[in-house]
Design a protein around this ligand. Structure first.
Ligand SMILES: N[C@@H](CCC(=O)N[C@@H](CS)C(=O)NCC(=O)O)C(=O)O
Length: 208
């Protein structure tokens, strides 16, 4: 049976899932939300593993049953041919460069630090406390790289706001939750304001 519209399998407080809600909202792509708990292991149950063997959200399930996990891949697919992707190959490559940077050099420190500081049970966080210094060093390095880029650019790819900005916004705007001081990165702070001022912007807490 076909779904009436794409279903976003998601966790509301996840920045990775927020990226998809934000892009879908700005593009006018209707989606329904199916929520999973942070601590109940719901994405590791057989019924979900059939949809994404990697056991993680976001996962976008299309009307015809096809399933696409990974926030960056979903952003890329939703924005194909729209104003949220640059219209030339070089700028699109820059867009992907920043999306890969986000996944390898940014999210593993900034998102992970936020999870353990804000959402993990305190006794579990204590077992990870020895990693905080590395998260801080590497997360601050990523914010520094962004700040350098923003010294001479308004946006991360091409001349306009794109899904590269959405990918980086997801966890940068809430980096303080993980103990990061955005006051050290004034150009990043100014860019966050520019992103939040885009038409049809929604905050992380918004359902749609
Ligand atoms: N690289 C993936 C990361 C996805 C991810 O880490 N998802 C987390 C929530 S933010 C999750 O599903 N955690 C549940 C689990 O690992 O069991 C993406 O960008 O979508």
């Amino acid at each position: 049976m076909r779904n009436a519209m794409p279903i976003l399998h998601q966790m509301q407080m996840s920045g990775n899932c927020y990226k998809v809600r934000l892009a879908a909202h700005q593009l006018g792509v209707p989606i329904t939300l199916k929520d999973y708990g942070i601590h109940d292991g719901a994405t590791r149950k057989p019924s979900f593993l059939k949809l994404n063997p990697n056991g993680r959200v976001p996962l976008l399930e299309f009307e015809d049953g096809r399933c696409l996990p990974e926030s960056g891949a979903i952003l890329f697919h939703l924005s194909d041919g729209t104003k949220l992707q640059p219209n030339n190959a070089w700028d699109r490559a820059q867009m992907l460069q920043w999306m890969f940077f986000e996944q390898y050099s940014h999210e593993p420190y900034i998102a992970v630090s936020r999870y353990w500081h804000k959402f993990a049970p305190p006794d579990e966080f204590e077992k990870k406390r020895h990693l905080v210094a590395e998260w801080q060093t590497k997360g601050n390095a990523a914010l520094g790289v962004m700040d350098v880029h923003l010294a001479s650019h308004d946006w991360f790819a091409g001349k306009d706001y794109s899904v590269a900005d959405i990918a980086l916004y997801g966890y940068t705007h809430c980096a303080a939750d993980g103990g990061f001081d955005l006051g050290r990165f004034p150009r990043v702070s100014a860019w966050l304001d520019r992103v939040a001022a885009q038409p049809k912007h929604i905050p992380l807490a918004a359902r749609w």
